[in-house]
Design a protein around this ligand. Structure first.
Ligand SMILES: NC(=O)c1ccc[n+]([C@@H]2O[C@H](COP(=O)([O-])OP(=O)(O)OC[C@H]3O[C@@H](n4cnc5c(N)ncnc54)[C@H](OP(=O)(O)O)[C@@H]3O)[C@@H](O)[C@H]2O)c1
Length: 233
């Protein structure tokens, strides 16, 4: 069992990119971090590179069975969860627009980026309820804001627009339990998803998520953030 002193966080897709930097930042602040990846091997490789108390877990957020198995393992290792960072995401739009995108591509983006977050919150809710300072951070995108919708990234934009809706609804449902829920945009970040032309480092992209997880006022819930500043949905 994890010690009672450290706060405990779970980061989905924590093996690379922004998720890895969020995990690294939380570890540096003394949090124990459950690093989840789609394969246990990838999670273990990330944990080996990181400093601090990090726990590798296999988790595919698009698969309910995988979520169920991951939560069963997590329950054996920790007795509560203080922070859930829903970072895992995909950008399946490739040479499509809103007039040509297939149902399959729409399904895959919604399943991972949106429905995966709802299922994750449902699955770890009993653990979040045991925290006195529970926070959920959804890694969204400015491309999911009403002013940022882009016809050439239909599935991604719609999945992040819906994710922001999920943030609003979860914040309403969980306020009576004292659980705060926010969306954030990391900006355009140099990762496998963001590509090499992106101006931001993964550390810069991770900053607002780490701030929401650790320092932001607990009065702030149901909002959308970039660079530690509220932005419009
Ligand atoms: N990069 C940007 O410019 C940018 C901008 C705005 C928002 N974002 C958002 O930031 C988040 C992280 O993006 P990134 O740039 O770091 O992307 P990335 O480098 O492509 O990493 C994506 C992460 O998500 C994981 N993942 C994908 N599908 C998954 C699933 N079904 N279950 C569990 N994990 C899954 C990947 O795991 P595997 O290693 O197994 O594939 C990987 O760890 C995403 O939500 C993305 O939409 C990124």
């Amino acid at each position: 069992m994890a010690s009672k002193q450290n706060k405990i966080a779970l980061v989905t897709g924590g093996n690379r990119g922004i998720g890895y930097s969020i995990a690294q930042g939380l570890l540096a602040k003394g949090y124990q971090v459950i690093i989840t990846a789609r394969s246990l091997e990838k999670a273990q490789q990330a944990v080996e590179k990181l400093q601090g108390i990090a726990i590798p877990i296999e988790l595919d957020v698009s698969d309910d069975r995988s979520i169920e198995q991951a939560v069963a393992t997590i329950n054996q290792k920790v007795d509560r969860l203080d922070v859930l960072v829903n970072n895992a995401g995909i950008y399946p739009d490739n040479n499509v627009d809103i007039l040509t995108v297939s149902r399959e591509v729409l399904d895959s983006a919604m399943n991972t980026n949106t429905f995966g977050v709802i299922q994750m919150v449902q699955a770890v809710l009993p653990l979040l309820e045991k925290s006195e300072d529970a926070r959920v951070i959804n890694v969204s995108s400015g491309m999911g804001s009403l002013g940022g919708l882009t016809t050439t990234a239909p599935s991604y934009c719609l999945s992040k627009l819906a994710l922001n809706g999920v943030t609003i609804m979860l914040s309403q449902s969980l306020s009576s339990k004292g659980i705060v829920v926010n969306s954030m945009c990391p900006g355009w970040v140099k990762t496998d998803m963001g590509g090499t032309s992106a101006p931001r480092t993964p550390e810069q992209g991770a900053d607002t998520a780490i701030w929401l997880a650790t320092e932001a006022s607990r009065h702030e819930t149901g909002k959308f953030w970039r660079d530690r500043t509220e932005i419009s949905y």
